[in-house]
Design a binder for this molecule. Sequence first.
Ligand SMILES: [Zn+2]
Length: 587
Amino acid sequence: MFDALPQAQFRLEGMAGKRVAANTANWLLSAPIANPGMLEMFRLRDRKPVPKLVPWAGEFAGKYLISAVQALRLTSDAELKKLAGQFVNDLIALQAEDGYLGPFPKETRLKGNWDLWGHYHCMQGLLMWHEATGDTNALKSCQRAADLVCTTFLDSNLRVRAAGSPEMNMTIIHALGRLYRLTRLPRYFRMMQEIEKDWESAGDYLRTGLAGVEFFKTPKPRWESLHGLQGLIELYRITGDARYRTAFTNHWWSIRRWDRRNTGGFSSGEQATGNPYAPTAIETCCTIAWMALSIDMLQLTGDPVAADELELSLFNGALGAQHPTGRWWTYNTPMDGVREASAHTIVFQARAGTPELNCCSVNGPRGLGSVSEWAVMRAPDGLAVNYFGPMSFQGKLRDHTPIALQIETDYPLSKRVELRVEPLASREFTLRLRIPAWSKTTTVRLNRSASTNAVAGRYLELNRRWKAGDRVTLDFDLQLRALPGEREAAGKVSLYRGPLLLAYDQKWNDFDDDAIPALDLPKLAEAREVSLRKKEEKDLLLPWIILEAPAQGGQVIRLCDFASAGAAGTRYRSWLPVMGASAGQTR
Ligand SMILES: [Zn+2]
């Protein structure tokens, strides 16, 4: 339905743009140098004493590379491009004669640990680098790794399930699918079919998806399985068999229904449980996997619900996992609590040479980088615009006509979005604009024509002959919405302003989180924005927005955007008490 545009260039400005710049300057450009063991562990794999690595250590290099390629679509940073190119060359040089691309000793290659999972990430990173630069060595390296997978598990009686850790190691099917579609080498598809058989004694994604079993009730509901579900899409793309598509979409809807948090984050103690209200950990890796799945869902179906989900995840769960300085990411970004750097919450993953590396620190940057895969997508008859923050986009229409889009706005802080369309030559195509489900009334104006209303939760389709300078003006509905909680969050609400979840933060209130006065929901319309903007533009710790909301006894609660809440180490809450027994709702 929709395609990502891996060759397009995006420039994000505004809040998200600052976070991209911080991520590049303070993480991507230093991570492999400050943590040289990211690659050195490959070099030491057969040295003594045998290094005591975490079973997933082989993933760090791949996750880093994936995030670097994504970031290059957002920044074109020359220094990052050079560093990533060197990183790829070093990684390829460390590949063993037999194609092995991991950090474990020779006798165990691919047969234990989460070694196939590590290869999955490295192969995906190499494929993306090849796609971005045309570097054929990266493709060859990826194929050599895939060939070793086939030699080990296809040309012998050994099955992938014998490697253990099935929800991790069987994700190799996703990378094999991408590689098969690129090379059409039958062995890779045959290997996928064998893994599909092994699923039946592991995650069983196809049969449970077809039967409509809720994802949290499937045999392997841990987050790593989400990357296995991406394998369903590959099988669908290769075979056209609608069963794979149905199984995938059923699982996606099930996770959204039962396990997506108010922050757009996913997981409860590293897996699906069927309860999005529990005060359990929301791991950054899990939210990243959920976003990857939502991008697939959007590509597959063109359903704007998936784009709404990506916006929610980006502005809240994902950016909430990143410290505004870009120097660290969390492991857990709770709905209520504090922000801790992953480098101390899961410090057990650190080793000499990799002090800052853990599953989440290398994975979190994908939350930002993947904006390049969904902000603007190509539809068969034009483009779909899903992201409305200030941005410029340069890409191509299906007929290769270069086209630029400029979005001038303060969104999501302000409701007005001005979109300028700049095709190199005038062309007829359909411009799809996502009208978020939360925007009850949205007005749209094309050039100087009269305003019209657009339907919430749909794409507005504008088909015409577009010419340079055409302009679309959108006004979204940012009135506050209250989402009532259930179970552990019963009697409380989450407040949203557009896509932004709002949160109490100790830093902006005189009372502590055990004494938050109940919100006066009937008076919610009286909430006022406290002017912060433009005051200290350079202060990264300043929230994007602060609102004063009316509460019990004429008190006021100051609420800030969730992604900024707790940035100073203060306590925050996104589930807020409300007056009266029935929480009521203005959703
Ligand atoms: Zn993690």
